[in-house]
Ligand binder design. Structure first.
Ligand code: PAP
Length: 318
């Protein structure tokens, strides 16, 4: 993918690797980032000014970002758009809730105008907790974090990279080598365990600031979780809304089956024409990993999770 790299001189010293799909990764403050995004991530870290009313969606890639964007957008705007008039019917959720770096990037980025975003602003990011814009910690804005069991996350990533071919000329590594890199934590925004534990600890420290959600829980009971999200966002559903079935309507609007089958999501691209809309809607299931990973690979991951999450209290339904 073509994008100007604007790195400082000292950045020459940073450790670099080629990701399994050919993307250039760079290690910055202990995390791996796609090199093309690092300048804008650092720029937004310094320059983004959070408002107290902002809602920041933070996710490990492929853990349900698109779903969370659709849900929070619908919850926040339910007084403005009836479900059958929702902008989600005409726009991919990533268009409605862009990443912070799409507004505040580096000087070479084509930026979206921040002044057009109405309050409460819903913005998103894949960066680890420690790399969030500095103003986020200083303001009263809230963070909704969503993650997913790493086995399914890996399978989802694997398909996403194969379908999008972000580095057109690269020959991707094989499945087992890719899995090995993932287990070593060498993946954009990884290691996944550091990413999850960073937000998990932030949530434990201040649950009013950071809501911690898991994809598997949303799949198990979306209505309960949509209510939880609305409460956390400061706009709980009234008894009247609950009685009218608004929570169920929003859940259905944002469901995998509904979004996947919309014309807008079957066609077109996001992120400057690089990522196909339809690649954000593949299977949407828990446990698809069992169709791809050998029992040895699954065992390796389960052991890794045991070690990395030990004592944290963080567990996943797989
Ligand atoms: P991103 O982080 O690059 O934006 P993200 O949306 O987190 O991607 O991940 C896509 C995954 O969420 C896909 O999972 P799969 O590969 O295992 O199928 C996609 O199918 C799933 N997904 C997208 N929308 C929904 C939804 N509305 N409900 C449930 N799962 C969804």
């Amino acid at each position: 993918m073509e994008k100007k790299h604007v790195l400082d001189n000292d950045d020459e010293l940073l450790e670099r690797r080629t990701g399994w799909d050919g993307q250039h990764l760079v290690n910055y403050e202990g995390f791996w980032f796609p090199e093309m995004f690092l300048p804008s991530i650092r720029s937004s870290r310094n320059n983004f000014v959070a408002k107290n009313t902002d809602i920041i969606l933070a996710t490990v890639p492929k853990s349900g970002t698109t779903w969370l964007k659709a849900l929070t957008f619908s919850v926040a705007n339910r007084g403005i758009y009836a479900v059958d008039q929702s902008p989600l019917l005409k726009s991919n959720p990533h268009k409605l809730v862009p990443f912070i770096q799409e507004y505040i990037g580096d000087e070479h980025d084509k930026l979206l105008p921040m002044e057009n975003v109405s309050d409460p602003r819903i913005l998103s990011s894949h960066v680890p907790f420690v790399m969030l814009p500095y103003s986020v910690a200083k303001s009263e804005c809230k963070i909704i974090y969503l993650c997913r069991n790493p086995l399914d996350q890996f399978i989802s990533l694997h398909h996403f990279f194969a379908s999008n071919k972000i580095e057109k000329e690269a020959v991707p590594l094989g499945f087992e080598e890719s899995f090995d890199m993932f287990c070593q934590g060498i993946i954009g925004f990884g290691p996944f365990w550091e990413h999850m534990i960073g937000y998990w600890n932030a949530h434990l420290e201040n649950p009013k600031k950071v809501l911690f959600l898991k994809y598997e829980d949303l799949k198990e009971d979306i209505v309960l979780n949509v209510k939880k999200i609305a409460e956390f966002m400061g706009c709980p559903f009234s008894e009247e809304e609950v009685g009218k079935g608004v929570v169920e309507e929003i859940s259905k609007l944002c469901s995998f089956g509904n979004l996947k089958n919309l014309e807008v999501n079957k066609n077109g691209y996001v992120m400057d024409g690089v990522l196909k809309n339809n690649t954000f809607f593949r299977k949407g299931e828990v446990g698809d990993w069992a169709n791809y990973l050998s029992s040895e690979m699954a065992e390796r991951m389960k052991k890794l999770m045991e070690i990395k999450f030990e004592g944290s209290g963080l567990t996943f339904k797989i």
